[in-house]
Every structure is written in structure tokens, then in C-alpha cells.
Ligand binder design. Sequence first.
Ligand code: NCD
Length: 309
Amino acid sequence: MKSLLDIYSLSFSEIEEILILAENLKEILGRPIPKVPTLRGKQVLLLFYEPSTRTKFSFERACKVLSADLMSFSAKGSSIEKGETLLDTVKNLCALGVNLIVIRHPLSGTPHFLSKHIPIPIVNAGDGRHEHPTQALLDLLTVKEKLGTLSDLKVAIIGDIKHSRVAHSDILAFQKMGSQVFVSGPAHLLPEPKEQAFFEIKPRGFRVCYKMEEALKGADVVMALRIQRERHGEALIPSLLEYAQTFGLNKKTLEIIKEKALLMHPGPINWGVELSFELENYPFQVILDQVENGVAIRMAVLLKLLSGD
Ligand code: NCD
């Protein structure tokens, strides 16, 4: 593995290797002094062109635990404002001795473009509406930890499937690990037939459900998503209130999932929209476990990409 650009190009064993490495690295985070010298002397550039809380800070934390040095970039206040291209910006930052770039960008495919022109590892931290591979990996780690398996599960993803990079990476990741994925949401926010074919991985396959109950019934894992309004361009749902009434999850709608099914969300959450307030105390809600596992997954990815060079 030279870069981590998407889940699409990872094999079952590559995913499994990252998960096992992350499980082992988690032990370091529980130590009184959670720091090891493994990546001392390596420089990681965080290039975030979009807002981020969990992803950016967990990459930062992962670098610090592994003793890598950090360079953080924000488009505001940089020469981007003077018209410099992304590629020129990155080439200049690389001249400062960067060993790996973590990039989040509103345009799908940007990490893939960079990896063709820049000789160091690139990690995709979310590209437009395309993919968010480290989020899917931390979701897999959380489910594996809580349910003890990643195969033969029914995973239901509810919400803005079409515009959510988290959904795309998770649909691919859970199928690759041997589970079946069911998605549901407003018809305008579901993938079109061509996209459906792209996300389908045999033999498990994935299903698009126009009725939310069909996706939720008997599910082992339920994941709610934020409506990606910033990527819609035009109004695709009448209002958030109407969305909450038809596709918002609450105790009642979750009555048909398995008894100990996990409730997940990648954050940021709009409480009262995709999840009702009462679900904050839902006993099998693992949203902060997902955040915690984000550090171990990002440590594993950094280590895998940087320890070889
Ligand atoms: C997501 C993202 O940025 O894609 N958040 C995350 O990284 N945890 C989800 C979202 O913005 O809705």
C-alpha cells in the first residue's frame, strides 16, 4: 500500500491487516504516557480545505502519539488566496521535507490527482462526495470490537446516501468484509442505478430500500447520516423538519432492529433531525467509541504508509 485513497481499491486482507494493527496500537493509548518514538523524524502535512473536527484532531493525535512532526495547513491565510494552485502549494510544502500528506478537499478525486503528481504517500481524509476511507475503517473496527465479527451482519445506513462519502466507503467496506448493506433515505438522496452497480460487491451485494423499515428490520448495525446540504446545489428535501418526521431515527423506529444492534453516526450530528434527542442515552449507541477508534485507525494507517520508506 503506497497511499490510502479509497476503500474501493483495498482488498479484504489489506483491510484486515489495518484493523489488526489498529487493535494492537490501541494498547499504547491506554498507557500512562501514551507516546512511542516510532515515527520520530517524519513530517506529516494536514491539508484540510473543508471543516473538520473529529478527523483532523484524531490525525493530529495519532501523529503525536507516534512522535511524528505535524504541519497544519488552512486554505485561509495561505497563498491559495493569491491564486496559487493546489499542486504548486503541495510541491512547495513538500520542498519543506514532508513525508506524508493527509488531505480533505471538497472536490472528489483530489487525493487521487495528487498521488499521480507527488511521490509521497497521500491519505484521503474525505474528498467531496466520493469516499472517506479512514472513517469506514474506524467504523469497521468499532463493529468488530462490539459484535466480535464483521461477516454475515445486516448493516443499515439511513440518510443522504447519494452525497455522503462516509456512506460510499462504508457500503464498500462492510460488503468486502462479508456483510450485507441496506441503504434507505429520501428517493432523491439515494444512489442512481449506475451508482448502485458501482457499489455492488458480489456475493453479498447491497440493497437500496425506498421504505426505511425494510432496511432497519433485523439490522445488526444502524448508521444515521447527516444531510449533506452543502453538496446539494438545489433543495433536494422540503425541509429538515419533514426529513426528521420521515427518516429521523427514534426509539419507536428502532423497535424493529435486533435487540443489541449498534447505533452509529460519523458526526457531526444534528440532534432532532437524523437522530432524536432521546437516542443520546440509547444503550447500544457507540458514537464516541467510533471517535476513539479513529485515533488507533489513523495511527495504523500512518505507520503502514511511513514505516516502509
Ligand atoms: C463526515 C465527513 O466530513 O465526511 N464527518 C466525519 O469525517 N466524521 C460526515 C459529515 O460531514 O456529515
